[in-house]
Each structure stands twice: as C-alpha cells, then as structure tokens.
Design a protein around this ligand. Structure first.
Ligand SMILES: [Cu+2]
Length: 192
C-alpha cells in the first residue's frame, strides 16, 4: 500500500518535472532559415523570406569570391564586417513582426538587398495530448526504479513516507485507521 503511494508520488513528481522541461523547449524552438549568396556573387539567396516571430535567419556563406555582410537598414541586426565567410544568426523576438530590409553594404548599389517578412507568432492551440513522458512513467513503474533521474522523486517520496509513519505513530493506534483512510483518499485523488 505504502509502496504504491510512494510510486504514485514519484511518478507525479517526475511527470510534472518532465512536462515543465518540455514546455520550455517548445517555447525555445523556432525555425532557422538560411540566407546565402547566389552564384552571381551579388545577390542574397533567397532574396525574400517569410518567417514568424521566434524564428531565426542565419546568414551563412563561406569561400565566396567577394566579401559580404548583412545589415538591417535600421540596425536591428548586423553581421559585422564584410567577409567571404559569414555565419551570423538573428532571432526575431515576439513583438518584432514587420517587414525588414537589409543590405550588403559594399554591394547595396548593385542591388544586393534582401527582405524579411516577419509574421506575428501563431496563436498556439493546446498541443494534442501526445505525451511521450507518460510512457516513460509507466516503464519506470514496471521496471522498478531503473530510470537514472528518478533519485530526486525517490528522496521526496521517502520523506513523505517517513512523515506519514511519524504522524501515525504520534497519533497512536486509534488514529491509524483515519490515517489509512486519508491515504486511500489521497491515492484515489492522484489516480483520478
Ligand atoms: Cu555583397
């Protein structure tokens, strides 16, 4: 009975930890669109891109014949000095939606100009309940405690167990039944 509570406690704790972690990762993710220099040596490729807030543009070229850079006309981003090898990434933050023009400074007059259209971040629906972490939890229950990062949950579970034992002892035998009933209720709640 108590070991069941222990396992349930650990599972709930781990589940919440994993879910918090994965939410953070979802927020952090954005698409990365690469802009390079085309074969004419005087054009960005692609010249126009459309992305969302949270996405990144990576200006990437190497071994070019000419040295280039990418500078937003209002200074939002700037890849720095012109170079034949550039690897510079700018991530558009929430609120930075709009249309941006950037140039290669030495070749602007020759038409080396690019456009980035940044759309507002899509309003995300609750992601469907494909929850890979719940599979891991089930495995951790059946396999015993073989999942390496189970330790913290285990420690908390043991502390709760010790707390229960102390409480039952200090309340004496007459309260034991009440405590057991409370545990039943707690377990039922968690399992719901
Ligand atoms: Cu250039």
């Amino acid at each position: 009975m108590k070991s069941t509570i222990l396992v349930v406690m650990c599972s709930v704790f781990l589940l919440s930890t994993v879910m918090a972690t994965s939410n953070y990762e979802i927020q952090d993710e954005g698409e990365v669109v690469v802009v390079s220099v085309d074969s004419t040596n005087l054009r960005f490729s692609p010249e126009t891109i459309t992305i969302f807030e949270g996405d990144s543009v990576r200006f990437f070229w190497s071994g070019e014949l000419l040295a280039h850079n990418a500078v937003e006309e209002n200074g939002l981003f700037d890849s720095g000095d012109t170079s034949r090898n550039v690897d510079y990434t700018y991530t558009f933050k929430i609120g930075e939606n709009g249309t941006y023009t950037y140039v290669c400074e030495p070749h602007e007059s020759l038409g080396m100009v690019g456009t980035i259209i940044v759309q507002s971040a899509p309003i995300e629906e609750e992601p469907p309940d494909e929850n890979p972490s719940s599979d891991i939890e089930e495995n951790s229950e059946t396999d015993g405690f073989e999942v390496p990062h189970v330790e913290l949950g285990l420690v908390i579970g043991i502390l709760l167990l010790i707390f229960q034992v102390i409480r039952i002892r200090s309340f004496g035998g007459t309260k034991l039944e009440d405590a057991e009933n409370q545990e039943e209720g707690l377990e039922a709640e968690i399992l719901d």
